[in-house]
Structures are given as C-alpha cells and as structure tokens.
Design a protein around this ligand. Structure first.
Ligand code: ADP
Ligand code: ZN
Ligand code: ZN
Length: 666
C-alpha cells in the first residue's frame, strides 16, 4: 500500500506554534509550498498555507482529515519568501500560521482569488523631473551602494534633514529599474507616502505600487499581486508591505529607519527594519537605512563594521541648517503655553509671509479635567489614566482604551460647577491661535483631524500651496516632510519627554527634536527653531544642541554600554494581562520558575513586575523581562521555553505575548 501524502499546513489565528497535518487529495503530487488551502478546523473551516508536503506524518494518520479545497494552482510565495517567514517565526518565537498570515493582504487571507481585478492604467507618458546634479556626498553614497548591487550589504545613509537623501534613493532606484529589478521602499507611516509617491511619480516612468493601512483591501491585494507577478517594479509602503513577494528584488530602502512605527506593537511584534535586513541577506541585495537621526542600534552596527556608514553632512542645494534657540520658560507667564519670545517670533515670521510650525505632542483640548471645589479628577474607570477633554466633540475620552463620556459641566463628586481644564492639547492650542491671529489660517494636524480619508493629503496640499499660515500638530508633523516655506519651528513642551522611565526615551526625544527642527528653512530662507523648556540645563538638551546628534548618540551608546542595556545586551519582554488582578503575576512567576529549569547560560529574568501602566482597558498588566549579553543565549532559552508556556495551567486563563527586542517597555 502506498503511503498517503501529508500536507503540512500553517493556520492563522489559532494559538499554536506547530503546523497542522492534513491528507492530500488524490493526484496532488504537484502541490507546492506557498499555496493556500481551505481546511476543516474543528466545527468550521479555515484558510491555511501549505508549508511542506511529506510522506511522513507527525500525528496519528487515522486522525488526519482531508483538506476541503486547493485555492491556488501555483504558489503565491516563493521558496525565498517561505525561508524568510520561517526565520521570522523562529526569531520572534511566534506561531508560523500568524507569521504566514502577516505576509498576505487581508483579501488573500480570506481566501479571495489571486487575480488582479482592476488593472492599473499601463503609465501615461508625461514630462518627468530629471535627476538633480548630486553633490559630492550624495554621489559618493550613490556610487558606494550601486557598486554592491547583487550583494548583501547594509548601508546607514546618515544625512542631516534636507541633505537630499530622497534624491539618493531616487537615483539608486532608477539604476535598479534599469536593470529590470524590483525595489521595495518602506516608510514609517502613511503621512510620508503621499509626498514620496508624488516625488516618485514625477520622476519615474513606471508604475508604482502603494501599500498602507488606509487603502482598501482590494487596493492592497492588487498592489501585492502586481509585485508578486513581477508586473510592477516599485513598491512604496509601510511596515505591512515588508513581506510582499518580489521575484526580482534588487534593492531595499527603509526611510526614517529610527522610527518606532517600524516596530509592530501588537500581536506579531516584528521589527520591519531588522526583518528587512534579513530579507536583504537572503536575497543578496543591498539594504539602505536612511535617517537624519539613526537609531542607536544601527550606529552600533556601524561601529562594529557590520553596517556601512554613508554621511550626508550638509543640506543639499543652498539651504542652511536652522538656528536653534532654547527659551527658558521658568518664571515666565505663558499665554496658553506660548512665551512672549515665541509670540514675537511668530508675528515676525508671519509678517514676512513665511509659515510657522508648532509642535505639541498631545491630542485633545486638555489632558486633565479637575474640580476646583474638591479636587476630583476625571479618570478612566478602566485604565490608570486621566480622561482627555475633547471639546470639539464635547467628549471626555480615554486615549488608552477609547472609552468616551459626555463632557460634564458639574463635578460628579461635589456638584460644583467650577471645573477646570488643566494643561494644553492641540485642540486648545488651535483655538488660542485662531483667537490671537484672527486673519491667519491655522491648521491642526493630528490623529483626530486627519481621520477622514484624504484629509491628510488635503492638509499637506494646503501647506505646500501656502494657504495655511500657522501649522500645529503632533508627531504626524515630525516625519520627513518637506515644507519649503516653513521658517519658524517651535517645540512648545520639550520637558514632557525628559522624565520617562523607559531607557529608550532619551534617544527618542533627541530624534524628535532634531526631526522637528529639520522642518525649518529647508530651501533658500534660513530656518529658526525655538525649544520651550523649564530644564534649559538638562544634559540631553545642552549636549544635543552644542554637539549635534552624532555626539549625542555616541554618549548615549556609552551610557547604554555602562548599564548593559541594548544594543549591548538583548531583551525579550513577556507580557501578561487579565481581568483578575492576581493571575498575571502568578502566571509570570510560574513562567520564570519554568524558565529556570532550562537556563544553564543564566539569562537574567527580571520580574514579574506591574507594567508601567498597570491597568488598561480593564485588564491588569504584568511583565517579565529576559536579558542576556549574548543574543543566542537568550534565544536558546526562549526557544525551549515558549512552546512550554502553554502547558502551564494558568496559560489559558491569562492573555500573554512575547516581545523580542522590545522598543518600549509598556
Ligand atoms: P532629505 O530627504 O534628506 O530630508 P530631501 O531629499 O527632501 O532631503 O531634499 C531637500 C531639498 O533639497 C529638496 O528640495 C531637494 O529637491 C533638494 N536637493 C536634493 N539634492 C539636491 C542637489 N544635489 N542639488 C540641489 N538641490 C537638491
Ligand atoms: Zn468637586
Ligand atoms: Zn481607558
């Protein structure tokens, strides 16, 4: 009797690490890894991904069921894609079904046909922008990278804001397109895609596939399939575009590589930057990591000569670096967060018909509603957090769990009508500025004001067309924008970033200051940057402003080394949460105990301790930190530990997740 063919299938959304086995239909020797299948699963059916076929079964053969149907005739993923996904599942200790699922757009995960419904228009020929004449630093970067096409190398393109990194990308892309190969360009968030998309469209005579979370499932499926078929050569997208199959890949570019949105913060917590590097390695192509403020990890890799350092030390063209001033706001009377000096500068800038950009990283009207009568504060009942006042919508809203209440006008504790809005959010700043500058157009850019589809693009157009005079907003504004007529930039509250307990916070604040400052004076007019602070002598500020980001980063790295923190050690964070206050801690303590049974290399296990926000969305949250100076020691332990965790009795009663290389400890 011939042995039956076994299909090894990865199934998403099931909390198991292993693959599942099914019986192949008759005459299915041709089935190849990388196709989708529909399989019976419990009482329902699921879409799974074939990862291997074999005549060997791991489970009892009489228990195996036949699959329901084969969805794809030809594999959607190539061998190299599968190889990357297996590596990723291993590195992040994450179920293969979930990892495979992340590689597909939603429509294909749901089993929809892998056909391109609406073919894109084959491209209109219009006059294209020609390449600029590069300066020496740009040309050097282009030459160095071009010389290694067809080999794996990682380049950190470390170029000050406005140094023309995008021009470097575009000339490299053209070279790769001329070789008839594909390019993957990743940006941190969709705010950057419309701009880059426009610049690319104005330059390249080729179809550009776009992929980010604001597009429809159909659009994303089309972009994915166009690349997968090799029908398109340029893909511009965010983190989730990383796994798109590229049969003819020639180059990977990650812009703003330091940005933490390259790290997925829930579910499958991968770092798009780190996985992009592995992808480049498997595919033998160069990977370019661009930033004006490279991450400490990347700079450390430069120091170790694992990555190549390419510097663009000066702004391109004729534009000058902005002048940065600190405004000491101690003992100053602020007008709704604005110092007298800042007000004067805003007036002067507007008088010259130039634009002002104000940065405040706090959405809503005000962060706190407090009763003057009894001191009652509006708190979220589900989180350790205050409710934020959203006056435009007449709401109190929790920024952590989304809970909303009507805005109240009397205190629920003492019935006093004297309720005060404490602190400054973007909504409040907008109303203040509109009052102070009645004949000017004030534009607020934050997550609330850009929710509607197309709103962000409209705002960006208004800024570019000079229709807006004062632009205020949150970190949406910090990222890579090129606003030629903005000459004054102010950060209203630098101090909120100075006192975090997370060791990453100094690096993040320094990056933010440099990035926001970099929006000033990007063309012919020199820009000015004002930082309002009550900590004018804080070493982070003085060092950063005196010596620049590179020196700051070197010092910060030295501090990390002293403290044995990443990148001088490797971490993984196991989080657990539950409605029950006791369970997460008991569970994590049991995990810690279990871990000690196979921990000959003495990986440090710290905790369980409460998460920095100990209660969120009604859940009590605890965490356990694993750390070791040696990456493989840490991973060796995790590899043995993680599959065993689900055997613990409490594992089914709490929700838990592992975060490898966490970027924030929340
Ligand atoms: P970055 O991405 O480094 O912040 P950009 O690529 O946005 O910088 O470039 C900033 C500005 O400088 C843009 O207006 C760009 O067109 C211009 N620019 C770039 N390279 C050159 C060059 N070699 N000569 C003249 N202008 C340049
Ligand atoms: Zn009260
Ligand atoms: Zn809440």
């Amino acid at each position: 009797m011939t042995k039956p063919l076994i299909l090894k299938v990865a199934i998403p959304a099931v909390p198991f690490f292993q693959h599942f086995e099914y019986l192949a239909p008759d005459d299915s020797q041709h089935l190849q890894a990388g196709i989708r299948l529909e399989v019976p699963f419990g009482k329902t059916s699921k879409i799974g991904f074939l990862i291997a076929t074999s005549f060997k079964n791991d489970y009892a053969i009489e228990k195996l069921k036949p699959i329901t149907r084969v969805i794809d005739d030809v594999p959607l993923l190539a061998e190299i894609d599968l190889k990357l996904l297996h590596w990723v599942a291993g590195y992040y200790h994450h179920p293969i079904g979930e990892v495979m699922s992340a590689a597909f757009p939603v429509a294909l995960r749901q089993g929809k046909d892998a056909v391109i419904k609406k073919l894109p228009k084959i491209v209109e020929v219009e006059t294209k922008n020609s390449p600029l004449i590069c300066n020496e630093a740009q040309q050097n970067a282009i030459d160095k990278i071009s010389a290694t096409l067809g080999e794996f190398n990682v380049f950190v393109l470390d170029g000050v804001t406005g140094s023309g990194k995008t021009e470097v990308y575009m000339q490299l892309i053209q070279t790769v397109l001329d070789r008839e190969q594909q390019v993957l360009v990743l940006v941190p968030e969709i705010t950057l895609t419309p701009q880059l998309q426009q610049r690319f469209q104005a330059r390249f005579n080729t179809l550009i596939a776009i992929s980010h979370s604001k597009l429809t499932d159909l659009q994303r499926k089309n972009a994915w399939l166009l690349m997968q078929r090799g029908a398109c050569s340029l893909l511009l997208g965010t983190r989730s575009a990383l796994f798109t199959p590229l049969p003819n890949i020639g180059l990977i570019i990650l812009d703003e590589e330091h940005d933490s949105s390259f790290k997925q913060q829930e579910g499958f917590r991968f770092s798009a930057r780190d996985v992009a590097v592995m992808r480049g390695k498997l595919a033998n192509v160069p990977v370019v990591l661009g930033s004006a403020t490279p991450s400490l990890e990347s700079l450390y890799n430069v120091k170790n000569q694992r990555y190549h350092h390419l510097l663009l030390p000066e702004r391109a063209g004729n534009s000058l670096p902005p002048l940065v001033h600190v405004i000491d706001i101690r003992q100053q009377k602020l007008q709704q967060g604005l110092s007298t000096r800042l007000m004067t500068e805003i007036h002067a800038t507007l008088a010259k018909d130039e634009q002002v950009l104000l940065f405040l990283n706090r959405r809503g009207f005000a962060p706190t509603l407090i009763c003057d009568g009894c001191g009652w504060v509006a708190r979220c009942t589900h989180c350790d957090a205050n409710l934020v006042i959203h006056r435009n919508k007449n709401l109190l809203r929790c920024h952590h769990c989304g809970t909303e209440h009507q805005l109240i006008s009397t205190c629920p504790a003492c019935q006093s009508p004297e309720l005060t809005s404490l602190g400054l959010g973007t909504e409040r700043l907008e109303s203040v500025l509109t009052r102070l500058f009645p004949d000017k157009i004030v534009l607020r850019l934050d997550r609330d004001s850009t929710q509607k589809k197309g709103a962000l693009e409209d705002f960006l157009t208004q800024i570019h067309d000079g229709e807006a005079h004062i632009i205020l907003g949150t970190q949406l504004l910090a990222k890579g924008h090129h606003f030629p007529n903005v000459t004054l930039v102010a950060i209203l509250d630098v101090d909120s970033g100075l006192f975090s307990t997370d060791f990453h916070s100094g690096e993040k604040l320094a990056q933010l200051i440099v990035q926001v400052s970099g929006r000033a004076g990007r063309e012919l007019k020199q820009g000015k940057v004002l930082l309002q602070t009550r900590q004018p002598d804080h070493p982070l500020l003085t060092e950063l402003l005196r010596d620049g980001y590179a020196k700051f980063a070197a010092l910060a790295l030295a501090e990390r080394e002293m403290a044995n923190l990443p990148p001088f050690s490797y971490q993984a964070l196991l989080r657990a949460h539950s409605e029950n206050e006791e369970l997460p801690q008991t569970f994590l303590n049991a995990v810690a105990e279990l871990a000690q049974t196979f921990n000959p290399q003495k990986v440090q296990i710290l905790g369980a301790i409460p998460a920095p926000m100990a209660r969120r969305a009604g859940l009590y949250r605890f965490q356990l930190l694993f750390q070791h100076a040696n990456r493989s020691a840490l991973h060796h332990l995790l590899k043995q530990l993680v599959p065993e965790i689900s055997t613990l009795k409490l594992a089914a009663k709490v929700r838990w997740s592992l975060d490898v290389d966490p970027v924030d400890l929340y």
